[in-house]
Ligand binder design. Structure first.
Ligand SMILES: [Zn+2]
Length: 951
């Protein structure tokens, strides 16, 4: 599914390293040792002795009553003799009848308990009176189900919208990974794939229903009820089944009749369909060509339609149901006056992600969620490259590196990082957690590295072999390695360059190992010999020694060449050597960051790089390598793996740097360091001033106004730079934003340019008064564009008027225009708006946590809010107060106490880090300005004393 499901997990894993910029700012942010289907948790997993082949599902849906009744008939193959019980999943309201028919007619069930249900494991056990033997059987189950009122409960759920102030309701499904059982009893694991024939009966006042396939026939059941029968699906897993009952409307777009394509939404938003249709059609065509398997022909007898539905309420970002993809509105509906470039790119990439799943996930499905990467890493790969082929001007090939490779390395820097093959995935909680950066961004980064390694054509051929060899079936990692071996065997160049390399073993080392490596490079000037040593990179903590097969690319000053990303060698041992030219020439490893690893150099090499980066030749080093250098070095600063004075000397080239990618690699980490100094005012002031000084050139280079000739990265750069500069208090940024805000307030037809809105609105509210807040709040409530509403929701939290902020926090619970999936975001936005917001947000939390838990959607949602606080607890007094609140509410905070304690621990770690780094940082800054070196005690003595009190 789409990337937004990642957020809770990301926050849990990265507790110690939460940055101030929330994950949803990034597109990135936004699963054997023996590869068997063995049952780690026997009571949880189904045994594969009963296998479903065909499912008939007949639903009678009463939207206004939030319920439905159903009849499901499942044809199964029994693959074992002497079977006494048939076990499948269910989490419906009630089962009212069960029948089993075998080769010899009806199969008697036990009396008086023909079936039992187990609500803990969410299963239905059909108790056979006599054991049955191998053969074909048919199970029929009558049941009652509910349409969940809370979208976060998933399954078949209800949402709402307003049409001319009139409330309208709809119902749709979200089944991945284990929610199909809430809509019908089924074999709810990815390995069980069947063909589904679905019928839905609804009120005639609604629009025709949607499901995976087109409607084959319809019949009136009564004057007010109509039954629609859909074509039979191809062979799919239960989590890919979907249906939708509403009064929504569709816009048909198609290149030919054989390739239908539709965008569907609530009424009142059809004027926002066009962009998604254009880009979605192009992406489908590109992927058709790439895989050599046509999307529309995958229906196994029926035409595969290509519907994309925008939903006001959706718990994930998007979901790849075959033939009927669901999206949050903000990720599908486009309006040029109200959708900024970042959100426009989201539409292209998320559509590409979901379309990529049609081949990876739908046609070939991971055998179990432990290896979710077999679905998600490919979808995440085509998310960028499928969209890139459809519109190269979006620069998604380069953005992949700073979005996905950087976020994979960030996530892997935790000592708790889990591997792509995660054998601990055994129940609902562990399944949910594995929908993570590891399965998405890291998997995609490994794939990109493999593509650089074997070459574009051979990589594509390997994917085609995997799809062809396993279509309409499940896939295992070993099937992927087999396909890669098959493809490289036919590649003369690869055989010549890497005659003894086992491509499967290379791939597998990245799938099996947790974390990612750093390579430490030491160069001997006299001999030219470079020694490279690999180890797992972690920010802190001890981890077991690990080695990867690392395809290495490198270049050397004197013959710099960033054109070839084809590795020259594979580092398979802990240490290796490479012969280069002797002399005082720096080297750069990991060209264009084509590999998933960090690089640390010896001091001399860093010094040579520092002086070259400060020269006019800086741009001879590839922008993605400049981005890599700043990102790596800031992590080394955090993990104490580099002398800080040396690190800041390298980073000093940023004062001349104007490139989007380089600044993108730097900003989040610079901000992380800045926050760690918040409790040390001298250091904090000096470091903020230094950052603003570094940003001067790029601010002047970009200017405050957009130009029609701006490239994608120029526009994105202005968005990220001005947003940060305004927050840091840059006077030019603030005064220009205030001008734009006042012009808009003077005359609302002076729209603030859409890409500048986030920081212009924020400055307007921050420098404005209650009237400004009330104005923007009314714009929020009347907007028809969800992406713009999220921008406004964020800006509203920039108010410095306390009653307005309190109003905002109340609205986050009770305004139904704030969708349930946006409520935790509203809470984070309130933390980010101004430093002064913190006590108000904390008071809101302390006084309302039970209501927050209720209205935001449950314990997991409250925990997201608690985790978000960690980065903002930057002084001892506030940490003590927070800790006291957790202690004194332990009973009421059931399910959140552990999270609260972790937040305290993370905040204290952050303080400790800041104490350790502050003196060096301030001394570096003073040495540049000629000031005298300061004593550690003047900054730290108070801090150190207070820290003692916590131990
Ligand atoms: Zn996905």
């Amino acid at each position: 599914m789409g990337t937004n499901m990642l957020l809770p997990t990301v926050f849990c894993i990265l507790l110690g390293s939460i940055a101030a910029i929330p994950q949803e700012d990034f597109r990135s942010n936004l699963e054997w040792s023996d590869y068997s289907t063995n049952l780690d948790e026997p009571a949880y997993r189904l045994r594969d002795v009963v296998y479903p082949t065909d499912v008939n599902l007949d639903l009678d849906v009463y939207l206004n009553h939030l319920n439905f009744s159903g009849l499901v008939q499942i044809d199964v193959q029994v693959r074992e003799n002497n079977l006494r019980q048939i076990v499948l999943h269910q989490k419906v309201v009630s089962i009212t009848g069960v029948n089993v028919v075998g080769p010899n007619g009806p199969v008697p069930l036990q009396f008086p308990r023909p079936y039992t249900t187990d609500d803990y494991y969410e299963i239905l056990l059909i108790n056979l009176d006599q054991p049955i033997n191998i053969g074909n059987y048919s199970i029929a189950i009558r049941y009652n189900g509910q349409i969940n009122a809370n979208p976060l409960d998933r399954g078949f759920y209800r949402g709402y919208y307003y049409l001319n102030n009139e409330l309208r309701v709809y119902a749709t499904t979200q089944f991945q990974p284990y929610h199909a059982r809430k809509a019908f009893p089924c074999f709810d694991e990815p390995q069980f794939k069947s063909r589904y024939t679905i019928s839905i009966t609804r009120d005639t006042s609604l629009s025709p229903s949607y499901s995976n396939m087109a409607i084959r026939s319809a019949q009136d059941v009564s004057t007010s009820r109509i039954r629609e029968n859909f074509y039979t699906t191809p062979i799919i897993s239960a989590y890919l089944v979907a249906f939708h009952v509403s009064d929504f409307v569709s816009t048909e777009y198609t290149s030919t009749d054989a390739k239908p394509f539709s965008i569907i939404s609530r009424q009142g938003a059809t004027n926002q369909h066009q962009y998604a249709a254009e880009i979605g059609l192009k992406i489908t065509n590109e992927l058709d060509d790439y895989f050599g398997i046509q999307y529309h022909e995958m229906g196994q007898g029926a035409l595969m339609k290509n519907d994309h539905i925008a939903l006001p309420d959706f718990p994930s970002g998007a979901m790849e149901n075959w033939g009927m993809v669901n999206y949050r509105e903000a990720y599908l509906l486009y309006d040029e006056n109200n959708t900024n470039l970042n959100n426009k790119i989201f539409i292209a990439t998320i559509m590409a992600h979901e379309l990529g799943h049609k081949w990876f996930g739908n046609l070939v499905t991971c055998f179990w969620w432990s290896n979710l990467w077999l679905n998600e890493s490919f979808a995440s790969f085509f998310e960028y490259f499928g969209a890139h082929w459809a519109d190269p001007a979006l620069e998604l090939d380069d953005q992949f590196v700073v979005d996905y490779v950087h976020s994979a390395l960030n996530s892997d820097a935790s000592q708790f990082a889990t591997p792509m093959n995660h054998t601990d995935v055994v129940d609902n909680d562990s399944i949910t957690s594995h929908f993570s950066v590891t399965s998405y961004a890291k998997g995609a980064s490994v794939l990109k590295m493999m593509e650089h390694f074997v070459g574009w054509r051979t990589f594509r051929n390997a994917l085609r072999y995997y799809l062809r060899n396993n279509e309409y079936d499940i896939g295992f990692p070993v099937d992927m390695y087999t396909a890669f071996k098959q493809a490289v065997a036919e590649d003369f160049t690869f055989q010549r360059d890497f005659p003894n390399v086992d491509v499967g073993a290379v791939f597998d080392s990245w799938v099996q190992n947790p974390g990612s490596p750093v390579i430490n490079v030491a160069r001997n000037n006299n001999t030219g010999v470079i020694t490279v040593n690999q180890q797992r990179y972690v920010l802190s903590g001890a981890v077991a020694p690990t080695t990867w097969h690392i395809p290495l690319t490198w270049t050397q000053h004197g013959s710099l060449n960033f054109n070839s990303t084809r590795p020259s060698t594979v580092l398979s041992d802990e240490i290796g050597t490479i012969n280069a030219a002797s002399g005082d020439h720096f080297v750069i490893f990991n060209i264009a960051q084509s590999g998933l690893y960090r690089v640390n150099y010896d001091t001399n090499n860093w010094q040579l790089l520092a002086s070259y980066l400060k020269s006019n030749n800086r741009q001879n080093i590839h922008k993605l390598n400049r981005a890599q250098i700043v990102n790596d070095i800031l992590y080394f600063v955090r993990s104490n793996s580099i002398n800080r004075t040396l690190a800041f000397d390298v980073l000093d080239f940023l004062r001349d740097e104007t490139d989007y990618y380089v600044w993108n690699g730097a900003l989040t980490q610079i901000d992380w360091i800045l926050r760690r100094l918040e409790h040390l005012p001298t250091a904090h002031a000096a470091f903020s001033e230094y950052i603003l000084e570094l940003m001067n050139t790029v601010i002047n280079h970009l200017g405050y106004n957009e130009h029609s000739t701006d490239s994608t990265s120029t526009i994105l750069n202005r968005m990220q730079i001005m947003n940060y500069a305004c927050n840091l208090g840059h006077s030019g940024c603030i005064s220009d934003s205030l001008d734009k805000w006042r012009q808009h307030r003077a005359n609302v037809s002076n729209l603030v340019p859409v890409n500048l809105r986030r920081y212009v609105y924020c400055v307007g509210l921050r420098e404005g008064n209650e009237t400004d807040y009330n104005y923007l709040y009314s714009v929020y409530n009347s907007s028809e564009n969800t992406a713009d509403m999220v921008v406004i929701l964020r800006a509203l939290a920039c108010t410095k008027h306390q009653p307005s902020l309190e109003h905002y926090l109340q609205q986050s619970m009770y305004n139904d225009k704030v969708r349930i999936h946006d409520r935790t975001n509203a809470f984070s936005f309130a933390l980010q708006g101004n430093p002064e917001n913190l006590p108000i947000v904390l008071n809101f939390l302390y006084n309302n946590f039970a209501a927050i838990r209720e209205t935001y959607g449950g314990v997991a949602r409250l925990n997201i809010c608690l985790n978000a606080i960690a980065a903002f607890l930057t002084d001892y007094q506030t940490i003590t107060q927070f800790q006291t609140w957790v202690y004194s509410n332990q009973l009421e905070l059931v399910g959140s106490v552990g999270v609260g304690n972790n937040v305290v621990a993370a905040a204290l770690n952050n303080l400790t880090w800041g104490n350790g780094a502050a003196v060096e940082i301030v001394n570096f800054l003073n040495s540049r300005s000629g000031s005298t070196t300061i004593l550690a005690s003047s900054i730290l003595i108070l801090a150190a004393m207070l820290l003692q009190m916590f131990r």
